[in-house]
Ligand binder design. Structure first.
Ligand code: FAD
Length: 536
C-alpha cells in the first residue's frame, strides 16, 4: 500500500509561472493523490526599502514587484480552472519550504531548475533538507531552450564563448510539452495554515506609491496573448532583424516585449521558439540567427550558458572572461545618470522610461549603458548593472550581466572606439524628438532643432519653451566629444596592460594604471589651460 507521504506532492513555483510547457507540473500531477502548488514571497526581493532611490525593495523596483503579483494572480486563476489553487506564503524560502515539507507530509518535491547563484544556494539547501527526510526531489530544466550544463558538457566542460560556437554545439531545441489538463489532483490537508490570496502591492507595505505603473501587465494569459499578436504578422516575423528597429518607438515598440514574460517564465521559451519556427514554415524566406527573432532566443540561451559556466560572471574581479579596466569612482556622475539628470535628453528620457516602465528597447539600453561606461562617464558597469537589475521588469541575472559585459567592452565585444553618440544616435530615428517629449515633458516645447542639444538653444528660445537650461533642465554633465576621447584613451591603456581577472595582483596593477591615467589627465588639463592663457 502507498503511504500518504509518497502520494503527497508539492510543486514549488519560483519562475516558471505558467501551466503550459511546464515539466515540473507535468511530473508533479502524475501519480500524486494530493498536489500542493506553492509560491513563497521572499522578503529579500519584496520587502519595501525606504532608503532605495525609487519605490520598491532594495532588489526590485515597484514595477517588477507589481508584475510578479499580477503573474501570481493569473497563475492562481489558471490553477483554479483546474480545480486547484496557488498557496502563497511569505518568509525566507528555505525555512518555509522545510516547514511545509514536514507539516504537509510531502513525499515528492518538484521545482524548475534555476541557474542563478542566489537560487542555486537556496535550492541546494532545500534539496539537502528534503533528501535528509527521504523526500524525492525532481528539478527539470525548462527556463531555457537548452540545459546549460549539458551544452557545457558537450563543449568539453567549458562554456562556449561565442554565439556561433554556442549555436553549433546546442543544436535544435526540443519541442515543448503539449499536455492539456482538465483537472489537477486536489490539495491535501494544509494542517491549519492560514493561506491568504495573492497580496496586493499595498498589502506588501507599499502604501503611498504615486508613480506611473508599467503599461505591461504580468501573467501567462497576457504572455500568450502578446505572443499571438506578435506572431500574427508573418511578414514581420520573417523580416525581423536586430539591430534594425527603432528604439524610440514607444506607443508600439519595435520588438515583442516578451522579455518580462520570459523572465518570470509566464511564457516558455521553447514554446515561443516553436511558434516562431511554425511561422517561418509559412513564408518563402526569413532572416537567420543571430539577427532573426529565433536568433534572439538563442542569444538568451547563449548568455545563460556562459553565465552558468563562468565563476564570478557578475563581477570584474575574479572573472576570467572580463577585461580589467580602471573604471572611475564618481558618485555625482553616477547619480546624474541614474536619476536622468545628465543633460543629454536622449539618455535621460531612456532612464525615465526605465524608471516608469521597467522596459526599454535593446538599442536604448545600448545607448545608456555605453554612456555610463566606455562612452562618456567611465563608471563601472557593475554600478549600471545594479540599476538595471533593480528596475527592469525583465531583469535577468545572466542576460543583464552578459549585456553589461558586452556594452562596456569588458567581454564578448571589444571595439571600444565605436561609441554611441548621445546626440546623433537617437536623432537618426526620431528627428522630432517625440520619445524625449513624452518621457521628459520639461522639454516638450523645445523646438526640434534643439531637442537633442537644448543647451545650444538661444536663451529667447529656451524662454519660449519654458525650459531654461541649467535651471529647469541640467546642462550636460560632461562634454561628449572630450569625454568619449578620454574614455577611449583609458580603455586603450587597460587593453594594452591585458590584465586577467584571475591575476592575484590585478587590483593593485589596476590602481597603479588609474593613478598614471589621472596624472596624464592632470598634465593634459594643465597644458590645455596654459595654451588657452597663451592664446588670450
Ligand atoms: P525581442 O527583440 O522581441 O527578443 C525576444 C527575446 O529574445 C527577448 O524577450 C529576450 O528574452 C531575448 N533577447 C533579445 N535580445 C537579447 C539579448 N541581447 N541578449 C539576450 N537575450 C535577448 N534582457 C533581458 O531579458 N533581461 C535583462 O536584464 C536585460 N538586460 C540588458 C542590459 C543591457 C545593458 C542590454 C544592452 C540589454 C539587456 N537585455 C536584457 C537584452 C535585450 O535588450 C532585451 O532582452 C530586449 O530588449 C527585450 O525586449 P523584447 O522582448 O522586445 O526583445
Amino acid at each position: 500500500m502507498e503511504s500518504s507521504s509518497s502520494s503527497n506532492c508539492m510543486i514549488w513555483f519560483r519562475k516558471g509561472l505558467r501551466i503550459h510547457d511546464n515539466p515540473a507540473l507535468e511530473l508533479a500531477q502524475k501519480g500524486s493523490k494530493h498536489l500542493f502548488p506553492v509560491f513563497v514571497l521572499d522578503p529579500y526581493y519584496i520587502d519595501p526599502d525606504s532608503l532605495a532611490s525609487s519605490p520598491g525593495s532594495s532588489r526590485a523596483g515597484i514595477n517588477r514587484i507589481q508584475f510578479l503579483l499580477e503573474s501570481l494572480v493569473d497563475l492562481d486563476c489558471g490553477l483554479r480552472r483546474l480545480e486547484s489553487r496557488l498557496l502563497v506564503l511569505k518568509g525566507e524560502p528555505v525555512q518555509v519550504i522545510a516547514r511545509l515539507l514536514k507539516d504537509w507530509n510531502i513525499g515528492k518535491l518538484f521545482f524548475e531548475f534555476d541557474t542563478e547563484p542566489y537560487a542555486q544556494t537556496r535550492d541546494n539547501k532545500v534539496k539537502d533538507i528534503a533528501s535528509a527526510s527521504g523526500i524525492e526531489v525532481f528539478s527539470p530544466v525548462s527556463h531555457t531552450l537548452f540545459d546549460p550544463a549539458e551544452v557545457i558538457r558537450k563543449n568539453g566542460g567549458k562554456a562556449p564563448l561565442t554565439y556561433k560556437s554556442f549555436v553549433a554545439i546546442a543544436g535544435k531545441p526540443s519541442a515543448p510539452l503539449r499536455s492539456m489538463y482538465s483537472k489537477l489532483p486536489p490539495i491535501g490537508d494544509i494542517a491549519g495554515y492560514e493561506i491568504l490570496g495573492v497580496p496586493s502591492i499595498h498589502d506588501l507595505g507599499y502604501k503611498d506609491v504615486k508613480q506611473e505603473f508599467s503599461p505591461f501587465r504580468g501573467g501567462e494569459t497576457e504572455a500568450l496573448k502578446r505572443l499571438k499578436e506578435n506572431l500574427v504578422n508573418k511578414k514581420w516575423v520573417a523580416e525581423f532583424e536586430k539591430p534594425k528597429g527603432d528604439p524610440s518607438e514607444f506607443i508600439k515598440p519595435a520588438t515583442t516585449v516578451l522579455s518580462p514574460y520570459l523572465k518570470f517564465g509566464c511564457l516558455s521559451s521553447r514554446y515561443f521558439f516553436q511558434c516562431v519556427d511554425d511561422a517561418y514554415k509559412t513564408v518563402k524566406k526569413h532572416t537567420q540567427p543571430p539577427v532573426s527573432l529565433a536568433g534572439q532566443l538563442l542569444w538568451r540561451d547563449f548568455f545563460y550558458t556562459v553565465a552558468f559556466g563562468t565563476p564570478n560572471f557578475d563581477r570584474m574581479q575574479g572573472n576570467k572572461i572580463c577585461k580589467q579596466i580602471p573604471w572611475r569612482d564618481d558618485e555625482k556622475l553616477f547619480v546624474a545618470w541614474r536619476d536622468a539628470q545628465t543633460g543629454y535628453p536622449w539618455i535621460d528620457a531612456i532612464m525615465i522610461q526605465l524608471k516608469k516602465w521597467g522596459w526599454m528597447h535593446h538599442l536604448a539600453r545600448h545607448s545608456v549603458a555605453c554612456f555610463l561606461t566606455r562612452g562618456d562617464l567611465f563608471i563601472h558597469w557593475e554600478k549600471g548593472r545594479d540599476v538595471f537589475e533593480r528596475l527592469l521588469i525583465d531583469s535577468d541575472w545572466a542576460i543583464n550581466n552578459g549585456n553589461w559585459l558586452w556594452l562596456s567592452c569588458s567581454s564578448f565585444f571589444y571595439q571600444y572606439h565605436r561609441i554611441y553618440s548621445p546626440i546623433s544616435f537617437g536623432k537618426k530615428y526620431d528627428p522630432s524628438g517625440n520619445f524625449i517629449r513624452h518621457f521628459l515633458p520639461v522639454l516638450k516645447d523645445m523646438p526640434k532643432e534643439y531637442i537633442y542639444e537644448p543647451w545650444t538653444a538661444p536663451l529667447s528660445i529656451q524662454r519660449q519653451a519654458n525650459c531654461i537650461i541649467g535651471r529647469d533642465y541640467p546642462k550636460p554633465v560632461v562634454p561628449h566629444d572630450l569625454a568619449s576621447k578620454e574614455c577611449k584613451r583609458q580603455i586603450g591603456a587597460a587593453y594594452a596592460l591585458n590584465l586577467s581577472g584571475e591575476t592575484a595582483d590585478a587590483e593593485e596593477k589596476l590602481n597603479s594604471l588609474r593613478r598614471k591615467l589621472e596624472e596624464d589627465d592632470y598634465d593634459g588639463i594643465q597644458n590645455m589651460k596654459q595654451k588657452k592663457r597663451m592664446s588670450k
